[in-house]
Each structure stands twice: as structure tokens, then as C-alpha cells.
Ligand binder design. Sequence first.
Ligand code: SF4
Length: 70
Amino acid sequence: MSRIEFDGDRCEGHGLCEQTAPEVYRLDDDAELELLVDEVPPELHAKAEAGARVCPVAALRVVSESEGAQ
Ligand code: SF4
């Protein structure tokens, strides 16, 4: 299982992540990013990573739980 690290200070609300992976990322009416999943299920992992890759300000990172430990 993996999870998403989101740096809200960097996010500029471009919405490319949402366009790429609307199952995972959603911009609310104030252009604030909302993560639709706490933990990324295996079937959404590739999409979550694709959405993180297109972010122009690198505000998103998908990390596997084992990496993040310690
Ligand atoms: S693509 Fe990056 S800057 Fe744009 S809304 Fe998503 S996290 Fe924010």
C-alpha cells in the first residue's frame, strides 16, 4: 500500500493532477487540492503516480508505506 505526500505550500491549483487522475485528486471550488484516498489501493497506484508526475511544481509524491517507515 502507498500513500500520497502533498505539499500544500507549493500547490498552485493548476489541476493537472486532477485531470490525469480524477479518482485520486480533486480540486474544490477554492482550487484547494483534496486527496480522495488516504491510502492508495494497488489498482490506483499507477494513476496516482501519473498524476504526481504531471504536477508542474512537484507538490505531490507517492510513497510506499515501507519507504516512509522510521
Ligand atoms: S498539479 Fe500540482 S499544482 Fe496543480 S493542483 Fe495538482 S498538486 Fe496542485
